[in-house]
Design a protein around this ligand. Sequence first.
Ligand SMILES: Cc1ncc(COP(=O)(O)O)c(C=O)c1O
Length: 365
Amino acid sequence: MAHAADIPTPALVVDLDRFERNVATMAAFLRARGKAFRPHAKTHKCPEIARRLIAAGAVGACVARLSEAEVFAAHGIRGLLITTPVIGATKIQRALQLAIAAPDTIFIVDHEANVRDLDAAAAAHPGVVLNLAIDLFFGRTGIPPGEPALALARAITRYARVQFVGLQSYDGQAAHTAPFTAREVRSTGSLARAVDTRRMIEATGIACPLVTGGSTGTYRIDSAIDGVTEIQPGSFVFMDLEYGQIGGPDSADYHDFEQSLHVLSTVISRPPGLAVVDAGFKAFSTDRPFPPAPVDMPDLTYAWAGDEHGRLDLSQSTREVRVGDRIAFVPPHCDPTVNLYDQIYAVRGDRVEGVWPIAARGKSQ
Ligand SMILES: Cc1ncc(COP(=O)(O)O)c(C=O)c1O
């Protein structure tokens, strides 16, 4: 299949020109700021995209889950950082296998009991030392910055089979705070606490080479902070409706990145005053309060019409819509939308240049 017109719908489509500009923009910005770039693969779950990001200068990839890490490692991606703690004996055994295959993998911890379990499991594998970063708490997981994090860093140094490599400082609320000025206040405040914690740790003689954090919403803010070493944004490769609405430094739109991801649908029925498309709850994420937006059709509003169906109200429109027409939508939220698909069609103009497996799709364990 070489023509976009032949893509079976509903389908996930990435506009390669836009995607490549998004990648180049972020990579160049962080390079100019002297920050490492470890983009979050929870957004795309796609080894081909991770490879392209590394070719653009990324030091590796963040992943949310162990099972995502296993998929990316099996596809040759290195420099993995698992941004969620790995808890429980079975997963810890898998983490050890991963660390044997990909020794530069970084694991996140926020509790000494987890450190002890990881260390004990590593003891069964001579020569294996696990890299641990401490997750700081800003509302989701983690240990509070300051004294509690320092105490945990000290504890890590007492175990022989793990080594402390730094701090993760991800404030998910900051990423989506609007307007930009409020986001700036929040993210700067969170990262200042992370950088202070780094200073406290280093003052005790423990090296803390890594302070990683940030997001698509905050990368400009976070990369301006001394002491932050690495930025881990995800959604910028695709963008989505929510990120399009939060506003950037100069405007109410978020112009740094382009909407490169679309759900392509087909009109399958034309009841009076309606166009029914083959994309419903199973085609889009539903966690955002607004519906998918038809591309270049501001006069049409999407309404959910079931698992496999969506409805466009034509009663106020003079637009001609026929059965068989293709309609593309910007999804409300990119990450959970991507997780609904096995593959992504990479399109330039009307040509399909590639069909990329979303190999870590459904890997939430
Ligand atoms: C730990 C962590 N880092 C980075 C990101 C990337 O954020 P965004 O997709 O908003 O750029 C996420 C997203 O949820 C995350 O959980």
